[in-house]
Design a protein around this ligand. Structure first.
Ligand SMILES: [Zn+2]
Length: 286
């Protein structure tokens, strides 16, 4: 037939791209959830876990975050001896904690300590979403409160990175009490005029967004981070309205006055340094 004359013959067989993309060797390559680009894991780590094609910010673990910010060799961890208990005798809770400890090498869903950033001393806390989804139990709350007390005693600024699913279900009301405990100690920092910077990363939700992570003198967030209290579906059912597509993103919250700035990860260290410099107490320099 005539149309066959114009049909190009393929010389090679092609592999459907969806099939090719499925076969990503684990640990060596990672696929960007936003644009689908396959990235070599080591390249991704070098680029602070940001996709070079679309700037998607992959999650960072607490140790990776500390390394990306703190002057080498200056970080001293606090309270790694604190152990989670099982106050409600929740089924399998302690086994799950043991599993997460093994997987992450952390004692709980947060790392706290003191160190220096560009030479400026600070107290730093970084939540880790790999550990029980970064949920806040008694130990997480206690470690934040103790870190804040160190900031009070030493008069160092306190910088806290959130990444959390909220209060920890398995500790019930003990988890909820951490909201009050952390908020109280942060109020003491406020009274003593000690700088507290909160950095909200993906995701920061539930009781964490409703307590310490929204209480910064300065509240920063990473691009695209999900930040909110209740889930979209629950709110839509309650208010019986369709919510905007960008609802509960860092950009949406910035637009509505809930955040001070959305800072891409590449600029975050410099921005923190700038803020520390700006607020540093220089004593009598005469
Ligand atoms: Zn991407």
């Amino acid at each position: 037939m005539l149309k066959d004359l114009f049909r190009k013959k393929r010389k090679y067989a092609t592999i459907p791209s969806t099939q090719a993309k499925k076969e990503v060797p684990e640990g060596i390559m990672e696929k960007c959830p936003q644009c689908g680009t396959i990235i070599i894991s080591k390249e991704l780590e070098k680029n602070l876990k940001i996709c070079k094609s679309c700037q998607y910010h992959f999650r960072m673990s607490a140790p990776e975050r500390v390394e990306s910010l703190i002057d080498q060799g200056t970080f001293i961890k606090f309270n790694t001896e604190l152990q989670t208990e099982d106050p409600l005798e929740f089924p399998d809770y302690l086994q799950k904690i043991a599993g997460d400890r093994k997987k992450t090498g952390l004692n709980e869903a947060i790392v706290t300590g003191e160190g220096r950033l560009g030479g400026y001393p600070l107290i730093l806390g970084v939540m880790d979403a790999r550990f029980r989804m970064g949920s806040m139990g008694s130990v997480v709350g206690e470690m934040i409160a103790r870190a804040a007390k160190q900031a009070l005693e030493k008069k160092y600024p306190f910088v806290l990175f959130s990444a959390s699913g909220g209060a920890r279900m398995q500790e019930g009301v003990f988890s909820l009490m951490q909201m009050a405990k952390t908020s109280t100690v942060l109020e003491r920092l406020n009274q003593e005029r000690i700088l507290f910077i909160s950095v909200l990363t993906h995701p920061t939700t539930g009781g964490v967004s409703a307590s310490f992570s929204s209480l910064g003198d300065i509240n920063l967030a990473e691009p695209g981070a999900l930040i909110g209290f209740a889930g979209r579906r629950v709110i839509e059912q309650t208010v019986r309205q369709k919510l905007p597509d960008d609802f509960q993103t860092a950009e949406f919250l910035l637009k509505h006055g809930q955040l001070d700035q959305v800072v891409p990860r590449h600029e975050l260290r410099d921005r923190l340094l700038q803020l520390l410099e700006f607020h540093a107490y220089r004593g009598n320099e005469d």
